[in-house]
Design a protein. Structure first.
Length: 166
């Protein structure tokens, strides 16, 4: 078997191209953000507060969630109502567990960028959703302005994603 001697710059370019294509593949699997909201009703948190420390801890722990078949997760970090961060995560029923976790991790990173200081926020992708909220808001889900369509697995073939998201 022959060995092809490539200049170092070409090797690095190929490596960067390969890694970029893998990253784009993972991002495209999750799709674009379908909906996001940042609520200010319960106030914002301050930088370096115990709430922010707990939020960062929660978001960094998302990649270590156990894979499960139902795609539902409920994680809380913190001790008191003032610094406790609650989260609900749900993946679409036909999403593989590994892809579910990937989507949730991306959602966690994106929610911090879109809602940098809000105590409550929501983000929905095609494959998953993530909600960050205070303990007092546990049974209250934010209003979503627009259409909500529930599709079972058998009905999915009748609609394209574009039809569902309009």
């Amino acid at each position: 078997m022959g060995y092809v001697d490539m200049p170092k710059s070409n090797t690095w370019q190929c490596l960067v191209l390969l890694l970029s294509s893998q990253l784009l593949s993972v991002i495209s699997q999750q799709g674009q953000v379908v909906y996001s909201s940042c609520q200010n009703l319960r106030g914002n948190f301050t930088i370096d507060s115990s709430y922010e420390v707990n939020l960062k801890s929660l978001i960094s722990s998302l990649s270590s969630l156990p894979q499960n078949e139902n795609g539902f997760y409920n994680v809380s970090v913190g001790e008191t109502d003032d610094d406790k961060v609650n989260s609900l995560m749900l993946c679409r029923g036909d999403v593989k567990p590994i892809d579910c976790i990937r989507c949730i991790v991306i959602a966690g990173q994106e929610i911090r960028e879109r809602c940098p200081n809000q105590r409550e926020a929501n983000i929905w992708y095609d494959h998953c959703m993530l909600r960050i909220f205070l303990p007092s808001s546990y049974n209250k889900f934010p209003e979503v302005h627009g259409k909500v369509v529930v599709i079972t697995r058998n009905e999915k073939q009748k609609y394209s994603d574009k039809d569902v998201l309009q």
